[in-house]
Write a protein that binds this ligand. Structure first.
Ligand code: 2BA
Ligand code: 2BA
Length: 109
């Protein structure tokens, strides 16, 4: 068994959820926040058999688009001066950031 952890953009999460269910994958969705943009994203935890990992990765790839996002300058007033960016910066947010971890034990009580 492997645990796939995939951080995806909120805009893609419903489509990905549906595609996973349609392909008989079990998953859990968590509402998460990107450390850099400090905006919401969605993290999927997908526990699956080793032989189905490639299919799951393919589904993730097919359903998540990369997009350019503008990081607006934010006044340090009331915020954290350390992270102050004085001009807008465009960053490419990837379709998905994926980690595949071995599962030592998988239990279902
Ligand atoms: P849900 O995905 O909302 O699933 C709720 C229940 O619906 C499941 O209970 C199961 O009985 C059924 N179900 C889910 N996906 C199915 C599918 N593809 N085909 C047939 N029946 C399906 P549980 O198995 O006790 O799971 C409870 C919750 O635990 C799940 O909520 C999900 O959030 C998480 N989960 C279970 N297996 C997982 C896995 N392999 N990877 C990640 N999360 C898992
Ligand atoms: P955020 O941390 O909000 O990052 C959004 C995008 O900003 C990143 O897209 C990247 O293009 C850019 N970025 C992030 N950190 C940067 C830095 N220190 N310097 C310059 N640009 C930076 P992605 O790389 O596609 O990442 C999308 C989201 O995936 C991230 O949201 C984060 O939540 C997660 N992620 C990415 N790499 C990760 C890692 N190694 N560990 C855990 N989570 C990760």
């Amino acid at each position: 068994m492997k645990l796939i952890i995939a951080v995806v953009q909120d805009q893609d999460s419903n489509r990905l959820s549906k595609a996973l269910v349609d392909n008989n994958f079990r998953a859990t969705k968590l509402a998460t926040t990107g450390g850099f943009l400090k905006s919401g994203n969605t993290t999927f935890m997908i526990g699956t058999e080793d032989i189905r990992v490639d299919r799951a990765l393919q589904i993730i790839k097919e359903n998540c688009k990369s997009r350019d996002q503008l990081v607006a300058p934010v006044s340090p007033m009331g915020g954290n001066a350390d992270s102050f960016v004085p001009y807008p910066v465009e960053v490419e947010v990837g379709g998905a950031t994926v980690f595949v971890l071995p599962i030592e034990q998988y239990m279902h009580f």
